[in-house]
Design a protein around this ligand. Structure first.
Ligand code: NAD
Length: 283
């Protein structure tokens, strides 16, 4: 194959469903858009009942719920700001009242507030840390309380609970102009691994997923124009942008008993973005 050959942006069609998560209850934060939306739909396709969390965009949240229901799944939408302790606790109370328990938490909600460091306001800093890092702490704490209370349920899962933390390649790649975001994801990495270490004896698994460039609203400017797309491809050895489905499938696997011996990892899903593409020609 010629190195300059045009390569299509293709993702494999949906794999056959194996009902890997039958009987399990899942909560996906920020599930009305992008990666969270795809994760919610994939978890439901494998048999999980799903809470579609949203903070704004109720119509989009209901669309995700309806899509899941139209395929025979079970889902409800719950509004909560993950950075607010009282709203997170109310969301978990509502989930447990409606679904009985929680088996899988996908800590996905996240945002960016970009600015050069000398122009970044404290509000921009705090907003990103509060949602991306503190939000994950608040949800993880509530989930672990329920996992520990309930323990392992034979026939449902080998584990008492699973948490998947949505991190980023920016848990390891520094990112000029986005120091609040990179700091939040670096924090997610060590928070996630430390929680994994702490709760492993209770048969609770905690892993991070680290997307590269995924085609969602959060990074529209990086892929929408042909010029931006061309620049982006310089950072991706695999030469295609990631799709939300690339993440949805990996989350299903990490949450399932197929990944039962996997705990405390960062799974990079980035087409090789973390392979120092600048050195591809020998450095
Ligand atoms: P997105 O903007 O489409 O989705 C983010 C979701 O989080 C939205 O539903 C938004 O409403 C929700 N959210 C924001 N603040 C919230 C709050 N306070 N409470 C509850 N929900 C809130 O973007 P996305 O790309 O799907 O991002 C999902 C996650 O993936 C984020 O954590 C992001 O950092 C991470 N990520 C994305 C990429 C990418 O290239 N798209 C790469 C690496 C990591």
């Amino acid at each position: 194959m010629n190195e300059n050959q045009e390569l299509p942006d293709v993702v494999m069609p949906h794999p056959p469903h194996r009902n890997l998560l039958r009987g399990q209850k899942a909560l996906v934060t920020g599930a009305n858009s992008g990666i969270g939306r795809s994760v919610a739909i994939y978890l439901a396709q494998e048999g999980a009942d799903v809470v579609v969390n949203y903070v704004s965009g109720e119509v989009a949240a209901n669309e995700v719920v309806n899509e899941i229901k139209s395929k025979g799944g079970h889902a409800i939408a719950i509004k909560a700001d993950v950075s607010k302790e009282d709203e997170v606790q109310a969301m978990f109370r509502q989930m447990i009242a409606e679904f009985g328990t929680i088996d899988i938490l996908v800590n996905n909600a996240g945002l960016q507030r970009d600015a050069p460091i000398d122009e970044m306001t404290l509000d921009q800093w705090n907003t990103v840390i509060n949602v991306n890092l503190t939000g994950q702490f608040l949800c993880a704490r509530e989930a672990i309380r329920e996992f520990k209370r309930r323990g392992v349920v034979p026939g449902i899962s080998c584990a008492a609970g699973k948490i998947i933390s949505m991190s980023s390649v920016h848990e390891v790649i520094p990112w000029a102009g986005h120091v609040n975001y990179a700091a939040s994801k670096g924090g997610v990495m060590l928070m996630s691994k430390s929680i994994a270490q702490e709760v492993a004896p209770y048969r609770i698994r905690v892993n991070s997923v680290c997307p590269g460039a995924i085609r969602t609203p959060i990074n529209r400017s990086a892929w929408e124009s042909p010029e931006a797309h061309e620049e982006l491809m310089k950072l991706i050895p695999y030469k295609r942008i990631g799709e939300p489905e690339d993440i949805g499938r990996a989350v299903v696997w990490l949450a399932s008993d197929d990944a039962d011996y996997i705990n405390g990892i960062s799974l990079f899903i980035d087409g090789g973005m973390t392979l120092y593409p600048g050195f591809a020609a020998g450095g």
